[in-house]
Design a protein. Structure first.
Length: 277
């Protein structure tokens, strides 16, 4: 098959091709997850140990050392609440940052798929996202277990967490296609994205509530695509509140448009991959 032939870029073609290659996506995602810990004695158990260890450290540092409290409700908080609230933000940021940090090298790391094999390159970002989602799910499970241990209950509103994360997942997938393509032509993209992801962590309410910022800075922080999702995730997981369905709907619509545009960009620019690589 000629790699220079234009590929379909409609949303319908994306859905059809993804469904047609679902078994390949599943097998390669599984290989990616297992491969991360290949050769280690405990294997996949590390995916559970890592978030447990990190949450333990956060709990100790913020509840014992700094005695931190979150916002105006500090009087009613337990000593461990800050660490759990913080962990929600870190899970969302990690999902976003880890996926996009890998995206610029997805094609570069699979040159054989471009040159020697007829392979659906468009599924590589999906596989990458699936692998990161698996580890985010494990971290979320650790969070819920810790919340139950600390508080003795879990809010029923946690059932909305897939709905909360879906718009962000669509955005991440779209940006992954864009960065995977751009990374082929501009090799400095990977280093740039790493810096941007670090900046975004501190410009989103991971370590602090939005209410602690001056009024004139709060709209700026809200422009960060992570801010709304982090706030909604905390609402359903920590505070037991219903999410903003209208806000999520608007976010999902914008993310869907961005995803389609980025997918179209990837399909258009992939014709030059073989020449550059």
């Amino acid at each position: 098959m000629d790699p220079h032939i234009s590929k379909p870029s409609s949303l319908r073609s994306l859905i059809v091709h993804s469904w047609r290659n679902r078994n390949l996506i599943y097998q390669m995602t599984k290989r990616e997850i297992v491969g991360r810990y290949r050769g280690s004695a405990m294997g996949l158990l590390w995916s559970f140990i890592n978030p447990v260890f990190m949450l333990t450290v956060y709990t100790f540092v913020f509840s014992v050392v700094f005695k931190a409290r979150w916002g105006a409700s500090a009087v009613q908080e337990s000593r461990t609440d800050f660490a759990v609230i913080l962990f929600v933000g870190l899970i969302v940021h990690s999902l976003f940052a880890e996926t996009l940090n890998r995206a610029p090298t997805l094609i570069l790391a699979n040159v054989n798929y471009v040159k020697k094999v007829v392979f659906p390159l468009e599924i590589l970002p999906i596989i990458n996202l699936g692998s990161v989602l698996f580890h985010s799910f494990i971290s979320l499970l650790v969070l819920l277990i810790a919340f139950f241990i600390f508080n003795g209950f879990i809010h029923w509103t946690l059932v909305f967490i897939p709905l909360v994360l879906l718009p962000l997942v669509l955005l991440i997938l779209g940006l992954s296609w864009f960065l995977a393509s751009l990374g082929v032509y501009l090799r400095d993209v990977g280093q740039t994205i790493t810096i941007i992801m670090t900046v975004m962590m501190f410009l989103s309410p991971v370590f602090y509530p939005i209410s602690s910022l001056p009024k004139n800075l709060q709209p700026v922080i809200m422009l960060n695509p992570l801010t709304f999702i982090i706030e909604q995730a905390r609402a359903v997981l920590i505070w037991g509140k219903l999410p903003s369905f209208s806000g999520l709907g608007i976010y999902a619509l914008i993310s869907l448009v961005i995803m389609w545009l980025c997918y179209a960009w990837f399909q258009k620019t992939r014709k030059g991959f073989a020449d550059v690589l």
